[in-house]
Design a protein around this ligand. Structure first.
Ligand code: OGA
Ligand code: MN
Length: 287
């Protein structure tokens, strides 16, 4: 980072992640500071951790919107009342009903990769963190792509893959956090096809764009070969050298890049409260 950035920037993991301290997002962020945040986001390889934030839902939404339009999650039951731009990622149960998506992200994934114009990035704000567990891991998909053997790069060159919300949803059937989808919701999350390797529109780097959560098959390959290749790519991309594991601090706000990272929720003991708010910024169609 340039010396004159109006905040401190410190790398967290070797693969991905940097923290920003001394920046108060409850106060207006001027254009110059915002430009420095965008640079920091790119330099972090796809994950910024803003420490010690005390922001309202309105401020969370307004800051998120500066990166692009916001997406509304299909599980409308878990949207923050009055603020549908915020998805509650929470295991809190009130009057016998979960108020949020308590088992979000338990398989490696990129948020909303099952949409035609998937997310640029997500901003997840920790309001309550458990005393134990609840970590989130992030994998650098550009490094993962670079490190692939030439033979695998050749096999995936020019290939596309199907991304499907229903594909992973089915794995959670029975979870109290997974209401049965209505026909309208199913239509809203119809399958889409994306390139297996995408180019990051800002850095120009190539990154793998398949994830275990939402990628169901590679187009044009026999089923068995598609499965074998996807499993190889999933296992490859989540190796320790590509991963940073985040242990949350109170009032962290994380902003990750869904175009060049995937992430995984490790979960926490169910009796401990974990309560977060997420906004999701829309991105471009991958190419
Ligand atoms: C998400 C997500 C991970 C976590 O909010 O998109 O995957 O650890 N969350 O809560
Ligand atoms: Mn997620």
């Amino acid at each position: 980072m340039k010396e004159d950035a109006p905040f401190q920037f410190r790398r967290l993991g070797a693969a991905v992640g940097a923290e920003i301290v001394d920046l108060d997002l409850s106060r207006p962020v001027n254009d110059q500071t915002f430009a420095a945040v965008r640079r920091a986001f790119l330099e972090s390889n796809g994950l910024l951790v803003f420490r010690d934030q005390h922001i309202t839902p309105e401020q969370h939404i307004a800051f998120s919107r500066r990166f692009g339009p916001l997406m509304i999650h299909v599980l409308d039951k878990f949207l923050l009342p009055g603020h549908p731009e915020i998805l509650r990622v929470s295991n809190v149960v009130e009057n016998g009903e979960p108020i949020g998506l308590g088992d979000a992200g338990r398989i490696w994934h990129s948020d909303l990769s099952y949409t035609a114009e998937p997310s640029l990035g997500s901003l997840l704000y920790a309001l309550e963190i458990p005393s134990e567990g609840g970590d989130t891991s992030f994998a650098n998909m550009a490094d993962a792509y670079d490190a692939l053997p030439a033979e695998i790069k050749q096999r995936i060159d020019g290939k596309s893959a199907v991304h499907s919300y229903g594909h992973s949803y089915a794995k959670f059937s029975g979870s109290k956090f997974r209401p049965k989808l209505t026909e309208k919701q199913k239509n809203e999350v119809a399958e889409v096809v994306h390139p297996v390797v995408r180019t990051h529109p800002e850095s120009g780097r190539k990154a793998l764009f398949v994830n275990e959560g939402f990628t169901s098959r590679i187009v044009g390959l026999p089923d068995a070969e598609s499965r074998e290749l996807l499993e190889l790519l999933f296992a490859h991309s989540t190796q320790p050298q590509f991963v940073y594991r985040h242990h949350w601090q109170d009032h962290d706000l994380l902003f990750w890049d869904n175009r060049c990272t995937i992430h995984l929720a490790h979960g926490c003991p169910p009796e401990l409260r974990r309560h977060m708010h997420r906004t999701t910024v829309k991105g471009d169609a991958p190419y």
